[in-house]
Design a protein around this ligand. Structure first.
Ligand code: NDP
Length: 336
């Protein structure tokens, strides 16, 4: 069936300005790390992408090595782009990244200009795009001079292969240095992509304030702790869940009883707010008191997109609720 986007797609989504820039990010963005690989069902990925755009999610996030196999998520997305989204290219903010292991030999990893420029050329071919909206350096490289990596980002923008650049997984000091170099080069850093959730708050230790000062937006990835911050694992590990699959990053051992005890208490609190736990976890990331611009989710089903965007119905937390979430997530819930 040919795809026609929902006419009402811009009615309910919230759009937040990304740092000091002209770009607005949807409060909820969709990442393609999982469920878009060569081993996944393409028609499911396609349905998820359609549901996301229909709900006003205009930002899709990829990386060179998303799959498996590496590159296959970009290929799947390229297919979906061609089939469904070609007429909507100018309504979309599409990102890709390089920085992790991608191809064999000395030029397929980390942060050299050689790697970044070649990798983006490959990504553009896989996705069938002329340019990406945002190109990220995926992780800091301790051995390549930061000037070289930032010069590569600047070059890529000047070549017209990306409109904006971003950093991912950079700690505060290196992020400050990188943004200063980019500013000097005349290609300001648009965005920092960092992990952030009720269970993972490292950015609050300085990075968040630093990026605010520099005018750089923050998008928080893995806001649902890969599904742990939903009601999915409360009664065991469902067969169709990520933890039951072959993920290197989420399995039975990463969800011990001690973590489930926290999740259960958060689930009760969410219910008292009239939200599912997934919705409360996303609302917390985006909360009015010092949240961030966008929560970068993943989804394995259309119904998850539909549930998750409803988080925007209530982004308000009382101070008491926030304190309670702090105490529960610190494992101190019994005294809450
Ligand atoms: P999330 O924390 O949002 O986890 C998403 C997973 O949780 C889904 O695939 C699904 O898993 C489950 N889920 C989602 N919604 C619900 C729901 N309502 N009810 C029950 N289960 C639900 O994020 P991801 O781990 O997927 O990461 C999101 C994106 O962040 C990536 O695609 C990528 O773009 C980015 N990222 C960036 C990194 C970086 O280094 N820059 C690193 C990691 C991610 P299930 O299969 O169990 O249904």
């Amino acid at each position: 069936m040919p795809y026609t986007a929902n006419d009402n797609r811009y009615n309910e989504m919230v759009y937040n300005r990304c740092g000091r820039s002209g770009i607005k990010l949807p409060a909820i963005s969709l990442g393609m790390w999982h469920n878009y690989g060569g081993q996944d069902v393409l028609e499911n990925a396609r349905a998820i992408t359609r549901a996301a755009f229909d709900a006003g999610i205009t930002h899709f996030d990829l990386a060179n090595n998303y799959g498996p196999p590496y590159g296959s998520a970009e290929e799947s997305f390229g297919h979906i782009m061609k089939k469904d989204f070609a007429p909507y290219r100018d309504e979309l903010l599409i990102s890709s990244k390089a920085g992790y292991d991608m191809w064999p030999g000395p030029y397929g990893d980390w942060g050299s200009k050689k790697y970044l420029v070649a990798s983006l050329d490959q990504s553009l071919r896989r996705m069938g795009l002329e340019y990406v909206d945002i190109f990220y350096h995926h992780r800091p490289d301790p051995n390549t001079p930061l000037e070289e990596t930032m010069a590569a980002l600047d070059l890529i923008v000047r070549q017209g292969k990306a409109l904006y650049v971003g950093l991912s997984n950079y700690r505060e000091a290196e992020a400050r240095e990188a943004t200063a170099i980019l500013k000097r080069l005349g290609t300001p850093c648009l965005i920092h992509q960092a992990s952030y959730s009720i269970l993972d708050r490292w950015i609050e230790g300085g990075l968040q304030g630093a990026m605010r000062e520099e005018g750089v937006g923050i998008i928080g990835f893995v806001p649902l702790a890969q599904g742990v911050l939903t009601n999915k694992y409360l009664n065991g590990i469902p067969a169709d869940s990520r933890a039951a699959g072959h993920s290197r990053f989420l399995n039975k051992d990463s969800i011990p009883e001690s973590k489930l005890a926290i999740v259960r208490q958060l689930n009760d609190l969410a219910a008292s707010r009239g939200q599912s736990l997934a919705q409360m976890a996303l609302a917390w990331v985006l909360r009015e008191q010092g949240g961030i611009e966008s929560a970068l989710i993943g989804a394995s089903k259309v119904s998850q997109i539909e549930e998750n965007v409803r988080a925007l119905d209530n982004l308000t937390f009382t101070d008491e609720e926030l304190r309670l979430i702090d105490r529960i997530s610190a494992g101190d819930g019994a005294k809450a």
